[in-house]
Design a protein around this ligand. Structure first.
Ligand code: SF4
Ligand code: SF4
Length: 349
C-alpha cells in the first residue's frame, strides 16, 4: 500500500481511504470482516460520520485494541459549540475511543465565525483542547465554501467531491490545497454511483498525490477491486483520457450527484435517485428501477408542489424540478422500450 502525507496534519494515510457510509447497509459481522481485511491490506484511513447510523459503532467494534494503528475521521452536523461537543462525545462512545484524528464539520451552509465564542468552530477548537480531536476540517459540496475553507487557514483538512467529472475549477482546488498545506480528502470518487468505470475513476484520482479518495465500500468484492487497483494502478493513458472526455461530454455539468442535501421533499419524491434516473437506467441493472414501486416513486414527480426548497438546498445550483421532469419523461420513454406502459396521472408536464 502506498501512503501520503495529509497536508499540515502530517498524518501518513494510505492513498486509499475507506469511506464508511455504505457499511451501514452491511450486517455487523460482515462489516467487521470487511474492515479487518481493509486494515490487513494496509488501509489505515477510515472516514465515517455521526449521521451514518451505526457506521461509527461498526468501526469501534472492528478496531477495538488497534486504535493507535488507524487514522479515524468523523464528521458532525451541529449548530453551535455545545452541539459539536455533545455529538462528539456520542461519536467517541460509538467508536470506542477517546479521540478522533480528524473532526470535520459536516457540510455547513457557510463557514462558522471563528470569533463567535459559541460557534461550531469554537466547538472544534474546544474539542482539540480537550484532546478529543487531533485535527479539524470541513466537508463541503459548494466550491465557494471549499475555497474559503482552504484560504481561511483555520482548517487542517477539506473533504470535497472529486471524480473524473470534476470541473477545471474544482481541479484547481488540488493545487490550492497543496499551496496552503491543507489535507485534501476526496468524497464520492464514483460520483455517488453514477460512474461505473472504477478503473478509469481510480486512474484519474491516483494522478494527484495530495488527494486521498475515500472509497465507499459495502461489499468485500468492492474492497478487493480497489485493493487490486492500488497494487497495480492503471496508467492514465490516451485510451482512459478518451473515456473520461466521453463521460464528461455525456453528463455535462448539470447532473445530480445524489448527495441528498435537497431532502426532505414535501411531495416525498426520492430526489437523489429520481434526478439521476436517466443514467441509473443505463448504467446499473435497469430492471430494479422498473418495478411497480419505482414507477409509483417516479410518478410522484407529477405532484411536485413547486416549493423550490430542493432548488435552494442543492449545493450544485441545479434546477431540480426541471431536472426531475426531464427524468420522468425519459423514464416513461425508456420503460416503453422495455414493453412497460406507464400512464401519467396528470397528463403531460
Ligand atoms: S420543488 Fe418539488 S421536488 Fe422540489 S422539494 Fe418542492 S415538492 Fe419536492
Ligand atoms: S438534486 Fe442536488 S442536492 Fe439533491 S441529490 Fe442531486 S445534487 Fe444533491
Amino acid at each position: 500500500m502506498e501512503y501520503t502525507e495529509l497536508g499540515k496534519t502530517g498524518l501518513r494515510v494510505s492513498r486509499i481511504g475507506f469511506g464508511a457510509l455504505p457499511i451501514q447497509r452491511t450486517e455487523l459481522k460482515r462489516a467487521v470482516r470487511i474492515l479487518h481485511v481493509a486494515f490487513d491490506h494496509g488501509i489505515n484511513f477510515f472516514d465515517t460520520a455521526r449521521s451514518y447510523t451505526d457506521s461509527e459503532k461498526k468501526i469501534g467494534i472492528a478496531f477495538k485494541g488497534k486504535r493507535n494503528k488507524i487514522i479515524l475521521a468523523t464528521k458532525l452536523y451541529g449548530k453551535n459549540k455545545k452541539d459539536i461537543l455533545s455529538l462528539l462525545e456520542e461519536s467517541l462512545k460509538q467508536l470506542q475511543t477517546d479521540y478522533v484524528d480528524i473532526l470535520q464539520l459536516h457540510n455547513p451552509q457557510q463557514l462558522p465565525d471563528p470569533d463567535d465564542k459559541d460557534s461550531q468552530y469554537t466547538g472544534l477548537i474546544e474539542a482539540q483542547k480537550k484532546g478529543m480531536a487531533r485535527f479539524i476540517g470541513i466537508t463541503a459540496h459548494k466550491l465557494t465554501n471549499a475555497i474559503a475553507t482552504i484560504e481561511s487557514g483555520f482548517y487542517d483538512t477539506l473533504q470535497y467531491p472529486f471524480s473524473m467529472l470534476s470541473s477545471k475549477k474544482e481541479i484547481e482546488l488540488i493545487e490550492l490545497a497543496k499551496k496552503h498545506h491543507v489535507g485534501l480528502i476526496a468524497m464520492k470518487p464514483l460520483c455517488g454511483g453514477l460512474l461505473a468505470d472504477i478503473e478509469t475513476s481510480f486512474a484519474f484520482l491516483w494522478q494527484f498525490e495530495n488527494l486521498v479518495p475515500v472509497w465507499g465500500i459495502q461489499r468485500m468484492k468492492e474492497l478487493n477491486q480497489i485493493i487490486n487497483l492500488s497494487k497495480s494502478p492503471p496508467p492514465l493513458d490516451a485510451e482512459l483520457r478518451k473515456k473520461i472526455s466521453e463521460e464528461r461530454k455525456l453528463l455535462g455539468s448539470s447532473f445530480c450527484r445524489g448527495c441528498g442535501y435537497c431532502l426532505p421533499c414535501p411531495a416525498d419524491i426520492p430526489i437523489p435517485m429520481a434526478a439521476r434516473m436517466k443514467y441509473l437506467l443505463r448504467r446499473a441493472p435497469y430492471r430494479k428501477f422498473l418495478t411497480v414501486q419505482w414507477q409509483k416513486n417516479m410518478l410522484k414527480i407529477e405532484h411536485c408542489k413547486n416549493c423550490e426548497v430542493c432548488k435552494c438546498r442543492c449545493p450544485y445550483g441545479l434546477n431540480v424540478p426541471e431536472l426531475l421532469n426531464e427524468m420522468l419523461s425519459d423514464y416513461i420513454d425508456f420503460a416503453k422500450t422495455k414493453g412497460i406502459i406507464i400512464e401519467r396521472t396528470k397528463g403531460n408536464i
